[in-house]
Design a protein around this ligand. Structure first.
Ligand code: AHR
Length: 342
């Protein structure tokens, strides 16, 4: 039908014309609701139509420690509580697995992607792909090294440098600033391993009689912590070790086993300070085998999904939020044990 504005329309033609116009407008509105704006790279989220389940893709580091198990449980439980669909993927401590998971979340078109990066470097390309797809990113627990901080909305986690400082301060206070230290480092290239070492050494620099005489990665696992401690204890200068700093409780517990098997009294012959504050560390402290644990709180599920909700509601979020944490010594262990939530 040719429509000429100069030609008067009949009532029937006019009704049909306006009905078609209304249909076209409704279709355009529906299409714009379901689409993320990828052309502008806007990954601030929002625009979710009411009644639809929010879908979050979460890529977890692995299941290397008691801390990690508690972290996973906190995230899964909170998603279930809020009726959020969680696409959960365990990377088994491998960056390539995490990158694959992130790409599959893009392909699925999830609403928000969250991940705890196993190492700090190598994320820029995949995070640019996520941004191009218009999907907002929340980093939990571990940070990334990227040149463009618009690649993620917010980071939720701990101050690992401060945790390292707290461990060293405790050791300095307890030994009067004299110690020959064996160090069990976390996963090489990971934020907690880099930052805890940095904080620990920063404090050590003030004490000339506190020295790290052995340092090796135990990959944050109990088995590797035991294996590395066994090799420390077999070295010619093993008898000089007076203290152990383990970047997490699991490696400290593995090292305790190694010490006991070679006739050394953990917590007495060698003082032990580690990080996390998991229940097993409190048990080891109550048994007198571990001296101090610096808390690193894994229960960040509620904070993560508060952030997801805020993103979906197009609210502003701080670039970084930290979790409150304490330091626990042997004397507090028995009383504190029943209160531990992880
Ligand atoms: O990133 C947090 C660290 O990772 C925890 O200290 C450790 O136990 C875990 O594996």
């Amino acid at each position: 039908m040719k429509h000429d504005s100069a030609t008067p329309l009949t009532t029937k033609t006019r009704t049909r014309f306006f009905s078609l116009l209304a249909l076209a407008a409704a279709a355009a509105l529906l299409a714009s609701c379901g689409k993320k704006d990828s052309s502008s790279g806007d990954n601030s989220g929002g625009g979710k139509s009411a009644g639809k389940k929010i879908v979050v893709g979460f890529s977890q580091v692995g299941s290397e420690s008691g801390w990690r198990t508690a972290n996973t449980e906190s995230i899964k439980a909170e998603a279930a509580k809020r009726g959020i669909e969680l696409q959960f993927s365990d990377a088994q401590q491998k960056q390539e697995n995490q990158i694959k998971a992130l790409r599959s979340f893009i392909a699925q078109g999830v609403d928000v992607i969250a991940f705890s990066p196993v190492v700090v470097t190598g994320w820029q390309p995949v995070m640019e792909e996520i941004k191009k797809a218009g999907i907002p990113v929340v980093l939990t627990d571990r940070a990334v090294d990227v040149t463009d901080d618009s690649l993620y909305v917010t980071f939720i986690g701990s101050d690992f440098v401060q945790e390292g400082r707290r461990a060293a301060e405790w050791l300095a206070k307890t030994t009067g600033g004299k110690a020959k230290i064996a160090e069990l480092v976390g996963t090489p290239g990971s934020a907690p391993a880099i930052d805890r070492k940095k904080g620990f050494e920063e404090v050590l620099a003030k004490y000339p009689d506190m020295k790290i005489i052995k340092s090796q990665s135990g990959d944050f696992t109990r088995a590797k912590g035991k294996e590395v401690m066994e090799s420390f204890l077999k070295s010619p200068d093993a008898k000089e070790i007076t203290a152990l700093f383990a970047h997490n409780d699991d490696m400290a517990i593995g090292a305790i086993q190694a010490m006991e098997e070679s006739g050394i009294k953990p917590g007495k012959d060698i003082l032990i300070v580690s990080i996390d504050g998991v229940r097993d560390a409190f048990k080891a402290m109550a048994d007198g085998k571990l001296n101090c644990t610096v808390e690193c709180n894994p229960l960040i599920g509620p904070q993560l999904f508060d952030a997801v909700d805020a993103i979906m509601a197009k609210q502003q979020l701080p670039k970084r939020s930290e979790v409150k944490e304490g330091v626990f010594e042997q004397a507090q262990a028995a009383a504190e044990l029943p209160n531990r939530k992880y």
